[in-house]
Design a binder for this molecule. Structure first.
Ligand code: ZN
Length: 149
């Protein structure tokens, strides 16, 4: 084993997949959006509970590949506690990074760099961005399902 940055990144992804954070149904959530990636079969529901303008709780449930679950898990940790405007900015920064249009600069997104290598695999980008796209719709109070195709 060596702990090159790439190996450390893989470990972070696997660790989030094995023990996803905030993977639960939030029955009283204010916002709830389903994200579906038919190419891979990932299907996640993102729940956001608001306390005025603050994202008091962010959770998800569903099934998917390691990348989609790890990314959703990281998303819940990054967005919980943020105000809505900050959350929107963080989601945009992540979407731009996966689209190849920018780097992650916000320190709260440090862990997301572990998923940056999926940019080499266009089909996996959809896995990595699924939860974030669902969260983006939830923040805009759109409740329809997000589909990557
Ligand atoms: Zn997937």
């Amino acid at each position: 084993m060596n702990d090159s940055p790439l190996n450390l990144y893989r470990k972070r992804v696997l660790e989030h997949h094995r023990e996803p954070r905030n993977r639960r149904r939030a029955v009283d959530a204010d916002r709830q959006v389903v994200g579906f990636n038919p190419l891979c079969g990932d299907k996640l529901t993102v729940y956001i509970t608001l306390n005025e303008d603050e994202l008091a709780d962010v959770a998800f449930e569903g099934t998917g590949c390691a990348i989609s679950i790890a990314s959703a898990s990281m998303m819940t940790e990054v967005l919980a506690g943020a105000d809505a405007e900050t959350a929107r900015q963080l989601v945009t920064e992540v979407e731009k990074m996966f689209a190849g249009n920018g780097e992650l600069t916000d320190p709260r997104l440090e862990e997301l760099k572990s998923l940056g290598s999926v940019k080499q695999y266009p089909s996996r980008i959809k896995c990595a961005t699924l939860a974030w796209r669902a969260a983006a719709n939830a923040l805009q109070d759109k409740s329809e399902q997000v589909t990557t195709e």
